[in-house]
Design a protein around this ligand. Structure first.
Ligand SMILES: *Cc1c(COP(=O)(O)O)cnc(C)c1O
Length: 394
């Protein structure tokens, strides 16, 4: 049996008529850029988040750096984030001209550890970018408290967690802005690239609208800007899919629960942690091997057995070649949790259109591997979830 990592075509076939209808509407409207479909999708996206504004953009990376630009953050400024995220989080910071400052993640959630942030704050610090990694929210209550105390801006990198929630907060409500990506593999993905920013701040909304369209406020009137618009065709596809996002996330949660139930007795790897009171939307279901030398071995075994497993992300940002790229980034304190995550992570197939048969096949293969090596497994949690950081993180 082969189990794919993504199910893009299955998803398309399931709601083909709805997607095709919106594509046809756009094609026949004659308006393909900044047209009525984009406007419609933006209002639907704002309503979904319960924010006042949503702006469609070219991709998720642009969304982060345009948010930074709208907040006036650039050269000489520092922005705090964590190094176990997709490269683009940091990339956006230095496209804006600022310096990325990395602190460790929590051992359990893999999101930024609030307990590490204050030690990294200097006179140059302007913002924090928590990433809702793998589909689970960072602790926005703690992060926004630190931000208020030190007068810092907060931009949520929500590329991976649309539809997730915290115990007492929603995405976009405890920050200056939340950005997202609609590249096909994200929980809400178009057939290509796209991104957006949601905010309750009228000035940020207006600035990002201007920046995405050559700094234009009216025809022929320009200030400095760029070209980063969400095409109406993509907006139409996303509008059709947004109606199903809660159902898609529920399906992801259901497959995650099935993996967790099926794998709970395995001893060679740790399972993902869903924090109490959080709604994790499992963009990725990431297990962590208890011995780093097992990672590539298990990954090869899965791939050889037809399971398209991957790693997210096996090289942390500060471990990429050339770091710190001419002082574009630096680390404060130990990032042992992030490094152990990079060394031990394996992402299992995860998409709403999986079947029980496929999930059970992956579970069976993992259990067979585990049975072979369980006697060599260290007791307790492995290095990635062991929490070497000694703070209050979960
Ligand atoms: C996908 C992703 C991005 C970048 O989005 P693009 O649309 O590819 O530019 C940024 N941050 C995180 C955490 C992501 O997963």
């Amino acid at each position: 049996m082969n189990v794919a990592f993504y199910g893009h075509v299955r998803q398309y076939r399931n709601i083909k008529s709805e997607i095709d209808k919106n594509i046809k509407t756009v094609l026949e409207s004659g308006q393909y850029v900044m047209g009525p479909m984009l406007k419609k999708f933006e209002s639907e996206l704002a309503a979904y988040h319960g924010t006042k504004y949503a702006v469609g953009l070219g991709n998720g990376t642009d969304a982060i750096w345009l948010a930074l630009m709208a907040l006036g953050i650039g050269p000489g400024d520092e922005v705090i984030t964590h190094p176990n995220t997709f490269f683009a989080t940091a990339e956006a910071i230095w496209i804006a001209g600022a310096t990325a400052v990395f602190v460790d993640c929590q051992a359990g959630s893999k999101c930024i550890c609030p307990g590490r942030i204050e030690a990294a704050i200097t006179r140059k610090t302007k913002a924090i970018i928590p990433v809702h990694l793998y589909g689970q929210c960072a602790d926005m209550t703690a992060i926004s408290k630190i931000a208020r105390k030190h007068k810092l801006k907060v931009i949520e990198d929500n590329a991976q967690a649309i539809g997730a929630r915290g115990p007492k907060f929603r995405i976009g409500q405890l920050s200056d802005a939340a950005t997202t990506s609609f590249i096909i593999q994200k929980n809400l993905g178009t057939f290509g690239d796209g991104g957006a920013l949601v905010t309750n701040n009228a000035a940020i909304d207006a600035a990002v609208r201007r920046l995405r369209n050559h700094g234009s406020t009216a025809r022929n009137v320009h200030s400095f800007g760029f070209n980063s618009r969400l095409d109406d065709l993509h907006a139409g596809i996303l509008s059709a899919k947004l109606k199903h996002i809660d159902e898609y996330n529920d399906a992801r949660r259901q497959w995650a629960a099935r993996y967790t139930q099926g794998l709970k007795d395995c001893r060679t790897f740790d399972l993902p942690v869903e924090l109490k009171g959080y709604r994790h939307v499992f963009h990725l279901y990431v297990i962590e091997v208890k011995k780093p030398q097992w990672r590539d071995q298990l990954l090869d075994y899965l791939v050889k057995n037809g399971v398209d497993a991957k790693t997210h992300y096996s090289i942390a940002i500060h471990q990429q070649r050339g770091y710190p790229w001419g002082k574009k980034a630096r680390i404060v304190g130990s990032v042992a949790n992030a490094e152990a995550n990079a060394a031990c992570c394996i992402s299992l197939p995860m998409f709403p259109e999986l079947t029980a048969k496929e999930v059970d096949y992956v579970i069976a293969k993992l259990k067979a591997w585990d049975a072979k090596y369980a006697h060599l497994a260290p007791a307790g949690k492995g290095p990635a979830q062991g929490g070497a950081c000694g703070c209050s993180c979960k």
